[in-house]
Design a protein around this ligand. Structure first.
Ligand code: ZN
Ligand code: ZN
Length: 264
């Protein structure tokens, strides 16, 4: 099994250093472990849930040391990023260029609406905000910087009912993913730990099943990741997520090209 979405203590809501996750992944028999901690930003914005700009070199060094010392599995250097036009150059030139990261993940945790940035975790509770979330997500997908989209259905946390707006948002995201040939993530962290109570009963917040049922119609490819924030959870939800993909007939994305760089 492979996991391309792993955090470290640097984001302030995860525990463990790179090595702790590598050891846990080796013990669970993972063949690929990709790190995608919450990115540093050049202006140190949203610092409460990410590393500072100054911590970036140490993060990259920890992954490179792990690549050198571990022969049991493939370790990949990545980052989970909120896209905005003002960060595009930093992601491209500094993260992918200067630091030679293997890949970037789009994690759209914030979106602009009414002149301010809202939280994708807390604020997507009406049709207007859902539309703003969706528009920003698609614009971010179109940046061309990302290997896949983390939890595209994150709006299931606060948009409670699966109605025509929820379906329309899903269709817009899915057709963009199809057109851009961009894989979408079934998120193991959400699958194992995020349940919400709604008028229609309790359900997993994300992955939101109707979203993935629609995904099957579009033929988009998927990647199943643990989104681990704790070493012991390095493989959380992988089996369950793969089962969802299999049941719905969703093709698994081939991300082997991310291993293109030879790590000796
Ligand atoms: Zn996180
Ligand atoms: Zn994440």
């Amino acid at each position: 099994m492979k996991n391309y979405h792993t955090h470290t203590f640097r984001c302030k809501h995860a525990v463990g250093e790179v090595d702790d996750y590598v050891q846990a992944a080796a013990a669970r028999g993972l063949s690929v472990l990709g790190f995608a901690d919450h990115t540093a930003l050049p202006d140190n914005r949203w610092l409460f849930m990410r590393m500072s700009r100054a911590e970036l070199p140490g993060y990259v060094r920890a992954m490179e040391e792990a690549q050198r010392s571990c022969s049991e599995l493939v370790i990949l250097k990545g980052m989970e990023c909120e896209w905005a036009p003002e960060y595009h150059g930093f992601f491209q030139d500094v993260l992918l260029g200067q630091y030679a990261l293997d890949y970037l993940v789009l994690g759209s945790h914030f979106f602009p609406h009414g002149g301010e940035w809202l939280s994708s975790h807390l604020d997507v509770y009406d049709a207007e905000r859902l539309s703003a979330y969706t528009k920003h997500l698609i614009k971010s997908m179109q940046s061309g910087l990302f290997a896949f989209v983390a939890h595209p259905d994150l709006y299931g946390l606060t948009y409670m009912e699966w109605d025509e707006n929820a379906a329309a948002a899903a269709r817009d995201i899915l057709s963009a993913a199809k057109e851009l040939n961009l894989p979408l993530e079934i998120n193991g962290n959400g699958l194992m730990s995020r349940v919400v109570e709604t008028a229609q009963g309790s359900r997993t917040a994300y992955p939101w099943l109707p979203f993935w049922e629609l995904a099957a119609e579009y033929g988009v490819s998927v990647v199943v990741n643990s989104d681990a924030h704790r070493p012991s959870l390095v493989d959380q939800g992988l089996r369950e997520g793969l089962r969802i993909a299999e049941t719905l007939g969703l093709p698994l994305a081939d991300l082997d090209h991310l291993e293109g760089v030879e790590h000796v």
